[in-house]
Design a protein around this ligand. Structure first.
Ligand code: TYM
Length: 325
């Protein structure tokens, strides 16, 4: 039997290059390899914890599907679906929540960060890691390719799987995070982790003008063009290198280290590299955006595949918990 791969992105905003390098690229490469039974979904239930605009959710979900297809996801090898098309994710969430220790959720980053900011926290945001555990455990995932910020959630999923297995029967497989070290946390234009909620992103499929504008506003220090610069402390370098081969990267590093390479020029080169890289994918993206029927057909077929697997799991779970005899 093939191992199972599960991953997802929230439909809470437009996807950015952090999502691409941290997760989507690995999702597509591993999914298309055919080595796994792959389930990739657009987490619209998750997006409800922060977004209450229905139209925006529909648009973001469609946009994320176009993005995955434009990035090369092969729907004959990967079930690509919308999370809420498989509503048993929420039923399993309830069942798992009854074996989830509350203190563990209180230590989750998303909750702690928002609490520290005194933000209004809804119960959905608090129990978010349980929904994520349900997404993963539903398919008995072995491998979950994600960025570093999701590592804790996968630890929580393992913990919950163990609790359930001990309380009832060995139903769930232990999932493992698959995180590529070099791209585990992509910085945003302000130098901190790129994140939809922080407004510090470079859009994956923005227009050339949007990309240039975002790149030109990457934070820099006050070094003059002639000064030597430490590439490892520069967000411009960190972002630009994502688009380079090893050899090109070595050349860029040297330019920073030697001095005589001003930030304005460095940013212009960075924007050019991004635009050259995304252009062919952006053409595909524009194609899918103008062919919604094709996109929805992929999502519907993916949902059917996921649903049949979820049904088997829910039968088992209902049985071992005594919800059915
Ligand atoms: P989300 O939508 O915030 O992000 C989607 C994926 O992109 C990765 N990512 C990054 N990687 C590197 N650097 C960054 N700056 C960066 N920003 C985002 C994230 O780590 C993630 O892999 N809870 C998840 C969605 C989800 C999920 C799941 C994922 C729901 N259920 C089950 C895996 C399995 C989230 O909010 O990701």
């Amino acid at each position: 039997m093939k191992k199972v791969l599960v991953s997802g992105v929230q439909s809470s905003g437009r996807l950015h290059i952090g999502n691409y390098f941290g997760a989507i690229k690995q999702n597509v490469e591993l999914g298309n390899s055919g080595e796994y039974d792959s389930y990739i979904f657009i987490a619209d239930y998750h997006s409800m914890t922060t977004l209450t605009d229905a139209k925006e959710r529909i648009e973001n979900t469609f946009d994320a599907a176009c993005t995955y297809l434009a990035c090369g996801l092969d729907p004959s090898k990967v079930a690509l679906f919308k999370q809420s098309d498989v509503p048993s994710h929420t039923e399993l969430t309830w069942i798992l929540s009854t074996v989830t220790p509350m203190p563990m959720l209180m230590l989750a980053h998303a909750f702690k960060d928002n609490e520290a900011k005194n933000k209004d926290i809804n119960a959905g945001l608090f129990t978010y890691p349980v929904l994520m555990a349900s997404d993963i455990l539903m398919y008995n995932a072995h491998v979950v390719p994600v960025g570093k910020d999701q590592e804790q959630h996968i630890e929580i999923a393992r913990e919950i799987a163990g609790k359930f297995n001990r309380a009832y029967e060995e139903v769930f497989t232990m999932p493992h995070a698959y995180i590529v070290k070099d791209v585990a946390t992509i910085p945003g234009i302000d130098g901190t982790k790129m994140s939809k909620s922080k407004g510090n992103t470079i859009s994956l499929f923005g227009t050339d003008e949007e990309i240039k504008k975002q790149v030109m506003s990457i934070v820099t220090d006050s070094a003059r063009p002639e000064d030597k610069k430490n590439p490892d402390e520069s967000a411009v370098y960190q972002i630009h290198k994502l688009f380079l081969t090893k050899e090109q990267d070595a050349v860029l590093r040297k330019k920073f280290e030697d001095g005589g390479y001003g930030y304005k020029e460095a940013k212009e080169h960075c924007a050019e590299a991004i635009i050259a890289f995304v252009s062919p994918m952006r053409e595909k993206y524009n194609y899918y955006r103008s062919h919604p029927d094709e996109v929805y057909a992929v999502l519907n077929a993916g949902a059917q595949q996921a649903e049949s697997r979820a049904k088997e799991m829910m039968n088992r779970v209902r049985h071992v918990t005594g919800l059915v005899s």
